[in-house]
Design a protein around this ligand. Structure first.
Ligand code: XIL
Length: 384
């Protein structure tokens, strides 16, 4: 099996006696691994995406799932991150569904493991997410309003005190908007909104600021990118919310825009640029937080599909990276086989021969046309 840029890694791993040795090298930190990469002929010829982005003032990252480290390809998974990113976002381990599966229990092991991985490898950490009216364990839905308020306070305090100084950015509130809930302001329904009204957002941010005055505090939203009615409603409702929060002096540093792009949607990135202008005018920095491309409506032929995915990344990033308010870009994983889209497709249609190809690296961690499209968008962007 070829491992792409990691073809060099697999030769190195073979020299070292296999993946276990590489894992050991990885465990000793970023420098150990980059040194091992540098020792391979040609390995230093091409900079990683994170290095190119950093030269232009952008923090480039990807979501990370610690359980992938335990797979047979775990060492290659880690090496792919060390080669290409400067930050990691917790894909699962900071969610209430993982941290608090049942009442009275807190499972901090996966979060500790991620914090440790980031620290040892000198990667910035984006912690995702403190307060979200979705993806909650059932027991939280059964709490009364007073208990929900206590939970919000206890949860934020426990997490932020434990990881103070180790988290670069917190997604304090995730996905506040959900038009399909038909509530005032198009706010997403859920226990925190029921208990505290819109004030749950201000409460979470004030508390977060008091607990960690130096971390970046982010409000993260989905579905704002498309040039259709859904995208328009998300943009309008989210901007209106941001204006209300700004008017009340809620301490928010950056706005996160997920950017799960889709092959079956229309885009006009000039319109999206206007939306970025309006956010910037409110004084917020912008993080692109969950970038990937759902390729299900692109051609079945893999070559043509990869080209279409690369083209969508290029069109999106050309506009986004030209915008001075954008300071961070995070992909939702790096390699196709660890994408949530692949896990979902496997669950939904286990027998399908078509597998999603939404990311920058293929199943063998080899660079795809999307990787090179991102590389050129980063090289061509105006420096900050
Ligand atoms: C997703 C993860 O990628 C999946 O592995 C998990 O099963 C469900 O959550 N918006 C978000 C992320 O804010 O937390 C979601 O992550 C993707 C959509």
């Amino acid at each position: 099996m070829g491992w792409g840029p990691a073809g060099q890694i697999s030769r190195r791993a073979a020299l070292l006696g296999g993946a276990a040795s590489l894992a050991a090298a990885t465990a000793t930190g970023r420098h150990a691994v980059s040194a091992s990469l540098r020792s391979e002929p040609g390995a230093a010829a091409r900079l990683g995406l994170g290095d190119i982005a950093a030269r232009n003032g952008i923090v480039l990252g990807a979501s990370f799932a610690v359980h992938e480290l335990d797979t047979p390809y775990g060492a290659h998974y880690a090496a792919a991150y060390l080669a290409d990113v400067r930050s990691v976002t917790s894909e699962l381990s900071f969610k209430m569904s993982v941290l608090r599966p049942t009442a009275g229990v807190i499972n901090l092991d996966p979060a500790d493991r991620l914090v440790d991985f980031a620290a040892r490898n000198r990667l910035k950490l984006r912690a995702h997410t403190l307060v979200w009216n979705d993806d909650l364990p059932d027991w939280i839905h059964r709490l009364g309003p007073g208990e929900v308020e206590l939970l919000l306070e206890a949860h934020t305090t426990t997490l932020m005190e434990r990881y103070r100084g180790k988290v670069w950015a917190w997604d304090v509130v995730n996905e506040p908007i959900a038009p399909w809930d038909h509530l005032p302001g198009n706010l997403r329904k859920g226990p925190f909104l029921t208990a505290l009204g819109e004030g749950y957002i201000a409460r979470a941010f004030h508390l977060a600021r008091s607990l960690d005055p130096t971390a970046l505090l982010v409000i993260n939203e989905a579905q704002t990118e498309t040039d259709d009615e859904n995208g328009r409603v998300f943009r309008t409702s989210f901007l209106a919310l941001l204006k209300r929060l700004r008017a009340k002096g809620v301490p928010i540093d950056a706005v996160g825009l997920q950017a799960h792009l889709r092959s079956d949607r229309r885009y006009d990135f000039a319109v999206f640029k206007g939306f970025l202008d309006e956010i910037a005018a409110l004084g917020y920095a912008i993080h692109i937080t969950e970038l990937d491309v759902n390729d299900s409506a692109f051609p079945a032929d893999e070559k043509r599909r990869d080209a279409a995915v690369a083209d969508l990344y290029r069109r999106f990033l050309t506009v986004v990276l030209a915008h001075r308010a954008v300071t961070a870009v995070t992909f939702w994983q790096l390699a196709d086989h660890t994408s949530w889209l692949t896990y979902m497709a496997r669950n939904e249609s286990p027998n399908s021969r078509r597998r999603p190809r939404p990311l920058l690296l293929d199943d063998a961690f080899k660079r795809k046309p999307a990787w090179f499209a991102v590389e050129s968008a980063l090289k061509e962007m105006p420096p900050r």
